[in-house]
Design a binder for this molecule. Sequence first.
Ligand code: COA
Ligand code: AMP
Length: 630
Amino acid sequence: MTYKKIYQASLADPETFWMQAAEAIDWDRKPSQALFDRGEHLYEWFADGLVNGCYNAVDRHVEAGRGAQPAIIYDSPITNSKSTLTYAELQTRVASLAGALVAQGVGKGDRVIIYMPMVPEALEAMLACARIGAIHSVVFGGFAANELAVRIDDCQPKAILAASCGIEPGRIIHYKPLLDGAIELAEHSPEVCLILQRPEELAELTPGRDLDWHEAQEGVPPADCVPVEGNHPAYILYTSGTTGAPKGVVRPTAGHLVALNWTMKNIYNVDPGDVFWAASDVGWVVGHSYICYAPLIHGNTTVVFEGKPVGTPDAGTFWRVISEHNVRSFFTAPTAIRAVRREDPKGVERQKYDLSCLRALYLAGERADPDTIEWASDLLEVPVYDHWWQTETGWTIAGNPAGCEALPVKIGSPTVAMPGYDVQILDEAGHPVAPGELGAIAVKLPLPPGTLPTLWNARDRFVKSYLNAFPGYYETGDAGMVDEDGYLYIMARTDDVINVAGHRLSTGAMEEVLATHPDVAECAVVGVTDQLKGQSPLGLVCLTTGVNRPHDEIRSECVKLIRDKIGPVAAFKNALVVERLPKTRSGKILRGTVVKIADCEDFKMPATIDDPAILDEIKEALQTIGYAKG
Ligand code: COA
Ligand code: AMP
């Protein structure tokens, strides 16, 4: 069927469309209907079905006779190790780990935090939770103890599954002390922590609370799959919002199984048995959907890659992994490709490998700049598909449905809306604008299956953050336009979220941290253009009257503060001391104008600016650290 027919069918009769897609999932009890309208613009999918996520990702493939097929290929250039787990082995390991959780009193609905690097056990941990109906929340390793503590307090886990350490180029990330620190900071305490001891660092276990990952599994019966209701949360994944408090995006079980399974053929164009690789991290939504769940649900082989695009050991790592493991479809962030290109602009490394297995490259997580797309398609000689989505949706809002009908690529556009997403561009009053005109990107409700029905413990915040701006629509937080052919263009965020190396960060959260510095009276954090990472955060701080310590000292304290409170992932390296911040007469900081000055872009003098002269001061200050020099 052509894309147009599929898309139109999904909007004209979502009930039939998604009930048909649901047939590819193995249910303990089939849902009686697809969409459940809960009133006040709240919806759920497949709510009265009974299903298990782990059964669909693992057991059913073993039962179908595919137990000997590789499920997970672990390739870790950073530790120099490789291994493969078949579906049958994965089943045994997941059932055993789930058994250990049950033995510790963890059951359906209990929350479990997972704090792990890119090792197969991270996926086993997620699947073990899904097996017994526990709700996992994976926390990315690059966050500081404080961020982990915030998540512990918000979702109140009964258990935490963690590794002794992670490994970054040149240094070991001591997970266990970070975990201990977070538990110390948090008000809530988990009853038990299961610690995977990695050979690179053995952690000290806290008696009475910590258990060794493997010892905890000894002598306990393996756990069976527990059927859960379709609307049962599979996981909570925290993501950045406008303020310091992260948003706990809830992923409903059945919707995510149905939608993710649909995407594997229709978007990523792989068949069961094919090798699929998403080079991301389990701590991000890409890792949840496309390292763990979707490839396994669909019966593919997934690659768990513990390394970086460059430096582990060189800019040919991606090409080696693709060639060595016969990867069909490869997914990464544009930043990663930019990093490879910077190191190896002529693509010398690529020539060392036979990449005839590769059929397409998929990019997401941030804007894919045309230069990067062109470079990658020349180098790899396969189509490069940009696609746009968010933690909240869990799968593509706009992409190229290459597996049903590959549409012509228009560079700069992630292509067209996927089934179930009625994407509209709205003006400030909520009226659709004409093609080619910029506006807020919104999706007419209901959103399709797999997308967030609410935020964990924060229904009012969910409504306020996403549903209030345009009644009847989900507000994506992105601005952009649609052209005459229905191709979407994503231009910018409409809120204080920035995107650094494909990582979503809140400038508001960084401002909250800087404001705690005793010498900082006022501050603003903005996202300025970065050639490698897309954006990078820059802090402007005004000091309290009377403070006359060296600015360099204050600057490095600010950098350290953000690293300690938010984590290295914030990549906050620059704080600039300024006399005053540019503001409107009503006191609103003109962050957008600062970004334009730093990036040497034209801007219109804001009519409401308090004192236009301040912009020259800011420009001069920015020039001292290398910005605003166009
Ligand atoms: N655990 C602990 N620390 C981590 C981490 C993890 N899992 N991941 C990153 N960090 C640290 C890094 O070591 C770095 O620390 P540093 O400031 O001491 O150097 C910091 O967080 C910033 O990391 P990052 O922004 O990733 O920059 P980098 O310079 O280490 O690497 C790239 C640059 C482009 C190679 C890297 O960002 C990359 O691979 N990006 C791909 C992005 C991606 O996959 N995004 C997921 C969405 S699809
Ligand atoms: P995250 O929730 O971390 O996946 O971040 C989602 C946000 O990243 C989106 O709302 C966009 O702002 C941005 N983003 C993701 N993919 C793309 C893309 N293909 N093009 C432009 N922006 C993107």
